[in-house]
Design a protein around this ligand. Structure first.
Ligand SMILES: NC(=O)c1ccc[n+]([C@@H]2O[C@H](COP(=O)([O-])OP(=O)(O)OC[C@H]3O[C@@H](n4cnc5c(N)ncnc54)[C@H](OP(=O)(O)O)[C@@H]3O)[C@@H](O)[C@H]2O)c1
Length: 331
């Protein structure tokens, strides 16, 4: 048996309770990881509230999309000896079940710990780096020297994309909800961060650039942000949607879309196949892991809670007081 945090029923943080569950068995092509740290992500809150059910095959009531720990057991497919062996230290993107002492994961979704990284630091990486890589660099096709606007710049996704795009020689602009958060975004590399509570981000960017000039916008807000985002995009610009926290219905000027050849896209990562996620893992290992190992990009862990205090960790995330990531440690 193992300890796990379970969602007893949809609702507030108090619905997260410590429980005993059987240790999961790895299916063919999976490994069993003894979890040492697990990252928190905003989708965990949506799942807790009942708005983001786990995909088939993932534990229905144990949240957690990213882990770091030690491989306990490998169950390779016959004739396909995998890369991993018991005792290897890994971090991994999982489809659920991360808030637990043990978690199973497809071999392809594991990555080695970047050199000199703690388990806590490594657990803060997978969900945001997989999401950012796929949405900004693959779907959004952000290229060197292009301009990127990211909303929610001070959160987990935001702090990842600001650092990564800056390290890859892009010019990054961000929005965030306080002046302190804006300074944090600028310390991470943003050229200019805009406090959306005191300034209109469209006005500020129009003041900086006479022509619409964002090549890519990463947005999780939606609603009334969408027409503003589209007006800010340069010709051939790409709007990449990864959530719609302010509303899933938005106004789109289809004539401008045609005239300026804009692209609106987006995706959700969790339900994609292990093969697809494995492809992102290999790209990250090749391109991004060296940047982490030289600390050109650094993990930003704002707070650490013991697994038992997952409810308090959720409360902190819902107050949006954090800068970067929140991580659970498992004794
Ligand atoms: N599609 C995918 O595959 C995928 C994967 C992972 C995450 N996501 C989404 O990406 C977003 C960021 O996730 P995260 O883990 O980085 O969360 P996070 O750390 O909580 O960051 C989100 C940031 O957005 C800002 N924010 C929250 N509610 C807002 C609102 N109603 N209007 C404007 N800003 C708001 C908050 O900053 P301020 O307090 O400064 O406003 C917060 O720092 C979430 O919406 C999540 O669901 C999508």
């Amino acid at each position: 048996m193992m300890k796990a945090i379970v969602i007893t029923r949809p609702g507030g943080p108090e619905m997260l309770q410590l429980a005993e569950r059987p240790v999961p068995a790895p299916a063919k092509g999976e490994v069993l990881v003894k979890v040492i740290a697990a990252g928190l992500n905003r989708p965990d809150i949506a799942q807790r509230k009942g708005a983001y059910p786990a995909p088939p095959g993932a534990p229905a009531d144990i949240p957690g999309l990213e882990i770091a720990g030690i491989i306990e057991r490998v169950n390779s497919r016959p004739g396909e000896p995998g890369r991993w062996k018991a005792g290897d230290a890994v971090c991994a993107l999982v489809s659920g079940g991360g808030y637990a002492q043990y978690c199973t994961v497809p071999e392809s979704q594991c990555l080695p710990l970047p050199k000199d990284f703690s388990f806590t630091e490594a657990a803060s990486l997978p969900e945001t780096f997989f999401t950012v890589w796929n949405n900004v660099f693959e779907r959004g096709n952000l290229k060197k020297h292009e301009r990127l606007l990211v909303h929610g710049g001070s959160g987990g996704i935001g702090s990842t994309v600001i650092q990564l795009a800056t390290a890859l020689d892009c010019q990054v602009f961000a929005t965030a909800g306080t002046d302190e958060k804006c300074r944090f975004c600028e310390q991470l590399g943003a050229v200019r961060a805009i406090n959306y509570r005191t300034e209109d981000f469209e006005d500020v960017l129009n003041g900086l650039f006479p022509q619409p000039s964002m090549e890519v916008i990463l947005d999780m807000i939606g609603g009334d942000y969408t027409p503003k985002n589209l007006r800010l995009l340069a010709d051939e610009g790409r709007l990449v949607q990864i959530n719609a926290m302010r509303g899933k219905i938005a106004e789109i000027d289809l004539i401008a879309l045609m005239q300026r050849r804009l692209v609106i896209t987006g995706s959700t990562l969790r339900a994609r196949s292990a093969e697809f996620k494995g492809g992102i893992a290999r790209a990250l290992e090749q391109t991004v892991w060296p940047l982490l190992e030289t600390r050109r990009i650094r993990p930003v862990v704002h707070s650490v809670f013991p697994l038992e205090d997952a409810a308090r960790a959720h409360e902190l995330m819902e107050r949006s007081e954090h800068l970067g990531k929140i991580v659970l440690e498992i004794a």
